[in-house]
Design a protein around this ligand. Structure first.
Ligand SMILES: NC(=O)c1ccc[n+]([C@@H]2O[C@H](COP(=O)([O-])OP(=O)(O)OC[C@H]3O[C@@H](n4cnc5c(N)ncnc54)[C@H](OP(=O)(O)O)[C@@H]3O)[C@@H](O)[C@H]2O)c1
Length: 177
């Protein structure tokens, strides 16, 4: 069965995602939100898959990677890229997405979790079903940005405005029409 996938991202008000291979803000609530969405499964024995670019993998602190309770897939053109046991290497986004169709992996849902290069490709993909986006209503110094996307192809299904530690931020979800 061909599975759809979700993009999950957090950005500043100028679509900034990161700087020097790290995220310039700390927002615990967003980390909790990210973990809840990407980890939760509704079928016993299933797991979700998190696909990330090689730079995003390297941006994760060693103590946080691989992301627990999820199948981590790293996309790189370097076929010799060294990864710990249990983390899969894919040569392209397409190859990574096709892993979700492997019944032996018991993938319930697939998330593309960044970074900018991978989002750029994923946002144009016809298997993209949903976007879960956090916007932090501030400007940070960023060198990597979330791509523009065709709003008309998606309908907003959920939005919540929040405030924490002097940051205004919002959670929004978009579903393909
Ligand atoms: N705010 C957020 O929600 C969020 C989420 C994730 C990451 N980030 C931030 O985003 C930044 C990293 O993003 P980035 O755009 O620089 O890098 P990235 O997308 O994480 O990784 C880029 C790398 O992925 C591989 N890659 C990308 N597209 C590929 C393709 N089509 N086929 C094969 N390999 C491909 C290449 O690896 P090789 O060079 O090894 O071939 C490429 O150099 C960091 O600052 C990070 O903190 C932010």
């Amino acid at each position: 069965m061909t599975q759809t996938f979700t993009i999950i991202a957090a950005m500043d008000q100028n679509r900034g995602l990161g700087k020097d291979n790290s995220i310039p803000w700390r927002l615990k609530e967003d980390m909790v939100w990210f973990k809840a969405h990407t980890s939760t499964v509704f079928t016993e024995g299933a797991q979700n898959m998190c696909i990330m670019g090689r730079k995003t993998w390297e941006s994760l602190p060693e103590s946080f990677r691989p992301l627990p309770d999820r199948l981590n897939v790293v996309v790189s053109r370097n076929a010799d890229y060294n990864l710990p046991e249990g983390v899969l290497l894919a040569a392209s986004l397409e190859e990574a997405l096709s892993l979700a169709d492997n019944a032996e992996l018991h993938i319930e849902h697939t998330f593309v979790i960044g970074g900018g290069q991978l989002y750029q490709e994923a946002i144009q993909h016809d298997r993209l079903e949903r976007l879960i986006l956090t916007t932090i209503w501030e400007t940070f110094d960023c060198d990597c940005f979330f791509p523009e996307f065709n709003n008309e192809a998606f309908v907003g299904t959920y939005a919540s405005n929040c405030y924490s530690k002097s940051l205004n931020y919002s959670f929004k979800t978009f579903q393909r029409r």
